[in-house]
Design a binder for this molecule. Structure first.
Ligand SMILES: [Ca+2]
Ligand SMILES: [Ca+2]
Length: 143
């Protein structure tokens, strides 16, 4: 009697195994889908200044630097949210490459100098300026 059940249970196990794998994959997919919702400025590593093309820091930063970035590449003139997680100084973002043109100052993490150190939407300005800074940043450095 047992010998009759063994092949059957093997089939059931295989079926269950594939269902479980599917469920695991689906679960992984759900986690991946859920990440953007939990995305935040904290996706920027400590000691870095980070830039996102989207507003409110979606997913991982599109560009970042630890000391300076002479010229953005794929995100040039496409940045809409920024954060300064540097622990020693403020960051200045520039409209032009090579730190030229109009600039935007962001405090170091924690409002050390008394103004904002991250901004989820550059279109409505920051503590530093009321100017629309969406899609403008081309370079940046710690100052
Ligand atoms: Ca620019
Ligand atoms: Ca703003």
């Amino acid at each position: 009697m047992k010998t009759e059940f063994i092949p059957m249970s093997t089939r059931v196990r295989r079926a269950l195994a594939s269902v479980s794998l599917g469920a695991i994959l689906a679960g992984g997919g759900l986690v991946l889908v859920a990440s953007p919702a939990s995305a935040a400025w904290s996706n920027c590593s400590s000691n870095y200044a980070c830039m996102w093309q989207g507003k409110t820091y979606p997913n991982s930063p599109n560009a970042s630097f630890k000391t300076a970035l002479q010229e953005l590449t794929s995100s040039n003139n496409k940045v809409n949210s920024v954060v300064n997680r540097g622990d020693t100084s403020a960051v200045r973002f520039y409209d032009g490459a090579n730190y030229t043109g109009a600039s935007l100052l962001m405090d170091r993490e924690g409002n050390w100098f008394g103004f904002q150190w991250r901004d989820p939407d550059l279109s409505n300005g920051t503590d530093d300026t009321s100017t629309d800074w969406s899609n403008r940043i081309s370079s940046g450095k710690f100052v």
